[in-house]
Design a protein around this ligand. Structure first.
Ligand SMILES: Cc1cc2nc3c(=O)[nH]c(=O)nc-3n(C[C@H](O)[C@H](O)[C@H](O)COP(=O)(O)OP(=O)(O)OC[C@H]3O[C@@H](n4cnc5c(N)ncnc54)[C@H](O)[C@@H]3O)c2cc1C
Length: 410
């Protein structure tokens, strides 16, 4: 059985509590757009970006390298609303806004298979999906079938967080949730319970909450400014904020979909979310790889460049192997979802591979950088942290492994 319901919210990049200003631009030199473009065509293997998407992918790559990466420290620090707004306006002006969204919502209507190449490029910066408006895709998908608010979500004016995981029940088995939803005389619902590790709950306008109604687990939209919705505390993960514990004490909920069908509603969102996240992890791993490559070629011991030492070469080889073997798995999921086919096993395989890959590649890059790789002047600690978190969020590795293995062995 698929276990779809494992939270996580790519809408909300980590707010890095330890990020310093990158004072020494020499240490953390993200490759220029031109360098990335050359390396893109040489390094990453199949699948290649199809010709009709190449220009768009290159424009996104350039925008991320030149307009988003230089502002990362400010965006990490949080509260940079004006900056985010300005960058979003630039993305709109360059016709790079909301590329995977349907045209009637102001998007470019890319298929998932085409958007996959763009998403990989966006992934180079944790902030790029929010700047480029593609984070709305998940919410548009859920709301598109079940409720209103669509246009405001697509314009980036309304954001959702996803509240499923609870302190006292295993998130790997969401059917066990204990948050309750009680029907009210006027047709509304009253929600009671506790959720945690809800990404972006402090900034979201609405929470998609999974709660147990009399008819079974159901999905509800709850306004985050409603009475009864309380942020209890922030839960930093390895130094990064952005996840919250919250309590629901009679918070009003609007049913999304049918009562008792909540696992299906949030499952749809999570399945697409896993693909989008895997694509962005590929982009992040490529960034770590390029930093490692540059460091290995620039830094020398008395015995020669790091790049000339076989143990460094082995790290580089293994990292490239991880990226190249993961890419086809992830892109295959995009093709299957476009074709409306069952992609449960493929998604599980891709998710486990992509999480391991990001952890491995960022770890290798840190090793080649030496202490500077753990310090505040490169994005490597943040990339490594994402790789570590990746093995838990959206379902721990073990869940995906056992799910696929059981099906194969049945
Ligand atoms: C950065 C981050 C962001 C997150 N964002 C959100 C969010 O926005 N909304 C939200 O609702 N949740 C979010 N989560 C929570 C996440 O979805 C859960 O942590 C995840 O689903 C696992 O649930 P759990 O933590 O309760 O672990 P548990 O379910 O208790 O699992 C603990 C461990 O048990 C083992 N295990 C579990 N299942 C199996 C199995 N089938 N076979 C063998 N071993 C198994 C694994 O080792 C697993 O790591 C986030 C988590 C992180 C780290």
């Amino acid at each position: 059985m698929d276990s779809p319901l494992l939270g996580g919210n790519p809408v909300a990049p980590s707010r890095d509590l330890f990020h310093s200003s990158q004072s020494d631009g020499q240490i953390h030199k993200f490759p220029t757009f031109q360098e990335i473009r050359v390396l893109d065509s040489e390094l990453w293997g199949a699948p290649e970006c199809p010709p009709h998407v190449r220009d768009l992918r290159d424009r996104v790559t350039r925008f991320v390298a030149e307009r988003v990466v230089p502002h990362e420290a400010d965006l990490d620090a949080g509260g940079a609303t004006a900056l985010l707004h300005r960058l979003r306006q630039e993305a709109v002006a360059q016709e790079l806004w909301g590329l995977p969204l349907p045209p009637d919502l102001g998007g470019a209507g890319l298929s998932l298979a085409d958007y996959a190449h763009v998403a990989e490029a966006e992934g180079a910066s944790d902030h790029a999906p929010a700047v480029l408006g593609s984070t709305a895709l998940l919410d548009v998908n859920v709301l598109g079938e079940h409720a209103g608010h669509l246009r405001r979500v697509a314009r980036g004016e309304l954001t959702l967080c996803n509240a499923m995981t609870e302190p006292d029940t295993p998130g790997s088995d969401p059917a066990l949730i204990t948050t309750r939803a009680h029907p009210q005389a006027d047709g509304s619902w009253s929600l009671h319970g506790r959720k945690w590790f809800v990404a972006g709950a402090d900034r979201a306008d609405l929470a998609l909450v999974l709660a147990r109604a009399p008819g079974g687990p159901s999905a509800f939209l709850v306004p985050t400014d409603a009475p009864g919705f309380h942020l209890v505390r922030e839960l930093p993960i390895l130094g990064a904020g952005g996840q919250w514990e919250l309590s629901l004490a009679g918070a009003p909920g609007q049913l999304v979909g049918a009562e008792g069908k909540g696992l299906r509603v949030v499952g749809q969102r999570v399945r697409l979310g896993r693909l989008l996240r895997c694509l962005r992890w590929l982009g992040q791993a490529r960034r770590a790889f390029l930093l490692m490559r540059e460091r290995a070629m620039r830094r020398s011991l008395s015995t020669g460049r790091l790049a000339d030492h076989q143990l460094v070469q082995a790290l580089v080889f293994d990292a490239l192997l991880a990226i190249r073997t993961t890419r086809p798995l992830v892109f295959q999921v995009a093709h299957l979802l476009d074709a409306g086919r069952d992609a449960r096993d493929d998604t599980a395989l891709a998710k486990v591979a992509a999480a391991r890959m990001l952890q491995q590649v960022s770890d290798a890059a840190i090793q080649v950088y030496g202490a500077a790789g753990l310090g505040p002047d490169t994005p490597l600690p943040a990339l490594f942290r994402t790789g570590r978190m990746a093995r838990l969020l959206d379902g721990p590795d073990e869940l995906h492994i056992t799910t696929v293995a059981r099906r194969v062995l049945a």
